[in-house]
Design a protein around this ligand. Structure first.
Ligand code: G3H
Ligand code: 13P
Ligand code: ZN
Length: 330
């Protein structure tokens, strides 16, 4: 057992309190490799933002959990080396079993998500409470989820959205003891968040999605005032990135995300953690496709991963400053 404190990491409790009070959201960026981590840390240092480094179980399988943990440990030192100490949380994204959460806590994670949202309510309560009881012994914070997001969450696929029922949140928070709650108000995972028939098109042919259900968010805030709320599936799928990908050999069809002004509005509320993964994937893929298309003779991975890392860093800085508002909060 190693405590996250020995790795120089922090849990999310204090960060969330400040974010709710201050009307901004902490960025929760997923990472699977070195370049993504470098981009996240340098963007957060340059903007003086706290950060949540998210590891999904897919990431653990892909990159190896020990390597990811040591990358996160290195991130703490890397930030200092870049010239500014920022609070860094290492968080398990979409943990689906008690055993997985326990294993992450034992290897140095400072925060875990137990996603029991696909279970019936009572089972979700029971599983979440079990994780909370274990995690709190080690001062690790826990995120639960109520309501189901359409799209893919690791291996679990749902075609339909089940919005969070406001009448359940107070009971869930009280019975489980969770530190934050992920809710479903119309976001979903991936780059195709809505079917074209759910959207309208603007004059440039760009798909405009239906607005988020701020009425549900407001109702939840009334029932659990000031309680930290989390928004998953918050990528915006910038049309300019989709265009670069598709004009350099890619084939992304009907990709559509959440408009940034809606996320900005959410960040000003009790939403204090916003999860972004797909936009980073798009930024990297766009940069790599463009570079390789323009330099067909190149085969040194540093040549195309370098610009990809730079594009990713710019994307993260933009999110921090213009969407989340977490700059200068570290
Ligand atoms: O919520 C899903 C995250 O974007 C992680 O995706 O399971 O493909 O690593 P992944
Ligand atoms: P996106 O697919 O919208 O980036 O959502 C990521 C996420 O919610 C990770 O948990
Ligand atoms: Zn998610």
């Amino acid at each position: 057992m190693i405590s996250y404190k020995e790795l120089g990491l922090v849990n999310s409790r204090e960060l969330f309190k400040k974010a709710v009070d201050g009307g901004y959201a902490i960025p929760a960026f997923n990472f699977n490799n070195l370049e993504q981590l470098q981009a996240i840390v340098s963007a957060c240092v340059e903007t003086k933002s706290p950060v949540i480094l998210q590891v999904s179980s897919g990431a653990r399988k892909y990159a190896n959990q020990t390597l990811l943990k040591n990358l996160a440990k290195g991130a703490v030192e890397y930030a200092e080396e870049l010239g500014y100490k920022i609070p860094i949380v290492l968080h398990l994204d979409h943990g689906d079993t008690f055993e997985l959460c326990k294993s992450c806590i034992e290897m140095g994670f400072s925060s875990v998500m137990i996603d029991g949202s696909h279970h019936p309510y009572e089972k979700n309560v029971e599983l979440t409470a079990q994780v909370v009881e274990y995690a709190h012994k080690y001062d690790v914070t826990v995120e639960g989820e109520l309501g189901v997001l359409a799209g893919i969450e690791d291996d679990v696929q749902s075609d339909v959205t089940h919005y969070t029922k406001p009448e359940e949140v107070e009971d869930f928070v009280k019975k489980t003891g969770v530190d934050s709650l992920a809710i479903s108000i119309g976001t979903s995972h991936g780059a195709n968040k809505f079917k074209p028939e759910q959207c309208t098109r603007n004059e440039d042919g760009i798909l405009i999605p239906p607005p988020l259900r701020f009425d549900i968010l407001e109702e939840i805030e009334k029932r659990i005032p000031g309680f930290p709320i989390v928004l998953h599936g918050a990528s915006s799928v910038p049309p300019e990135l989709v265009k670069i990908i598709n004009s350099n050999g890619g084939r992304l069809k009907d990709a559509v995300g959440i408009p940034e002004d809606q996320l900005r509005r959410a960040a000003r509320s009790a939403v204090c953690k916003i999860n972004i993964d797909s936009d980073g994937r798009l930024a990297m893929t766009a940069a790599i496709r463009k570079y390789l298309n323009e330099h067909p003779e190149e085969f040194d991975p540093r040549k195309y991963l370098g610009p990809a890392r730079e594009a990713l860093k710019e994307l993260y800085k933009h999110k921090i400053v213009n969407v989340l508002g977490s700059n200068d909060k570290a």
